[in-house]
Design a protein around this ligand. Structure first.
Ligand code: HEM
Length: 381
């Protein structure tokens, strides 16, 4: 059926599909240093680079026995995302990704999604974030303090920004419990690393029941430890409230989640498992994305010293030697332009995966129906 619509792709190879080929191509392309250039696509996604050239802008490849349709044609992506019925179902998670993101905002749909989305909108609303600027500034101050003694030395900014974003997300999600939250996020970060390094590894259910890899064992341990640490944190908050020290569970994300976990109306209530998944997901979604954005910004500013100068002038013009405040941040035009350019050149999220239940209309462009079970991946190039 795909062939009849002009869709081609690499042949299916038993039992791994295309994943072995992808891993080999990636370790070859990423195994050597690259020259200073923005042409990173063939390096980080060599398979997509090659297969769009060989088979066309939309091609079919295999994740194990699961067919995946890659759509890289901007017009078709736009059509899918603009679908009036809004029917572009989210990807179903499995393996490590399921351990990391579980059943949360990122993966849920319908009523389950709406319930938590309302709550996240409240916690992460621009007005609520404004009040967190001083906390964020103190995170940056700690980072700059660490860097002070290292003038003239090489600094691994990705690692450093990783610590900063962990600190900031922890303060936003856990408020006063951010130190304990930070430890939980360190474990989630380890689980994220395991998930990322196994992205092209196919699991065969029978075999992985009997024989677990080191990563699978480590992921299981982390999952258990994250759960018990969150349960402990939850108990502490409940105790504080029950002792009458606070009227509420708190206005941070944890407090809001706790509040609906105690809802009298069972329709509104969430379970402790859901709460754990939401906490993991907010970190899973927010940590690597912002770390990679900040790292690329610093890299680009390092090679474009004229823009570095313009940014510095703007920041000092607005804040002088004061710490940033939300009103001033809203007036940073050049910084905004720089961030947008970094997002354009090096997007932290460069693809969207839709579930095999995706049905595309109108039929004259493409027909996909659930019975064919094709997962759709959208990635503009
Ligand atoms: C540069 C930074 C970021 C980028 C480029 C980015 C990108 C994205 C994209 C493309 C999606 C849609 C994904 C999909 O539907 O499959 C998404 C969803 C989401 N992101 Fe981010 N994100 C960033 C930072 C953050 C941060 C800091 C947080 C949390 C603290 C976060 C939390 C979420 C959540 C919870 C969702 C799911 C929302 C929903 O389905 O309602 N993201 N993000």
């Amino acid at each position: 059926m795909m062939k009849s619509q002009g869709i081609r792709g690499p042949p299916y190879r038993f039992p791994h599909g295309s994943t072995r080929e992808i891993s080999e191509m990636r370790s070859q392309s990423m195994g050597k240093p690259m020259e200073m250039s923005h042409t990173i696509f063939p390096r980080i996604q060599p398979h997509i680079y090659l297969w769009t050239k060989t088979y066309g802008k939309n091609f079919l490849n295999w994740h194990g026995s699961q067919a995946q349709l890659f759509v890289t044609e901007p017009e078709l992506i736009k059509e899918i995302l603009m679908n009036r019925e809004g029917f572009y179902p989210k990807m179903e998670m499995e393996g490590y990704a399921k351990k990391l993101l579980g059943e949360a905002l990122i993966t849920n749909e319908g009523e389950k999604w709406a319930k938590i989305r309302k709550l996240a909108n409240h916690t992460f609303h621009a007005e609520s974030l404004k009040s967190m600027v001083p906390e964020m500034s103190s995170g940056v101050e700690m980072l700059l303090e660490r860097w002070k003694d290292r003038i003239g030395e090489e600094i691994d900014v990705f690692k450093e920004f990783g610590l900063l974003t962990t600190e900031v997300i922890s303060r936003t999600a856990f408020g006063s419990s951010y130190v304990e939250g930070g430890h939980i996020f360190e474990m989630v970060a380890k689980l994220t690393q395991i998930t990322v390094r196994n992205i092209y590894r196919v699991r065969f259910p029978g075999i992985s029941m009997l024989l677990k890899s080191d990563d699978e064992i480590e992921a299981l341990k982390l999952e258990k430890r994250i759960k018990s640490s969150i349960v402990e944190l939850v108990k502490k908050r409940e105790k504080v409230k029950n002792n009458g020290e606070f009227e509420d569970f708190g206005s941070d994300y944890l407090g809001q989640l706790l509040k609906i976990s105690h809802e009298a109306d069972t329709k509104k209530r969430i379970t402790i498992e859901q709460m754990i998944d939401e906490i993991k997901a907010v970190y899973g979604a927010g940590h690597l994305t912002t770390t990679s954005l900040l790292s690329w910004c610093v890299f680009l500013l390092a090679i474009h010293t004229d823009w570095q100068e313009k940014a510095r002038e703007e920041v000092f013009g607005i804040f002088s030697s004061e710490n940033p405040n939300s009103d001033g941040i809203a007036r940073l035009k050049i910084m905004n332009m720089i961030i947008n350019e970094c997002l354009r050149l090096y997007p932290p999220r460069y693809k969207l995966s839709l579930s095999p239940n995706y049905v595309h209309c109108p039929a004259d462009i493409f027909i996909l129906t659930p019975k064919h079970g094709v997962q759709v991946i959208l990635q503009a190039i």
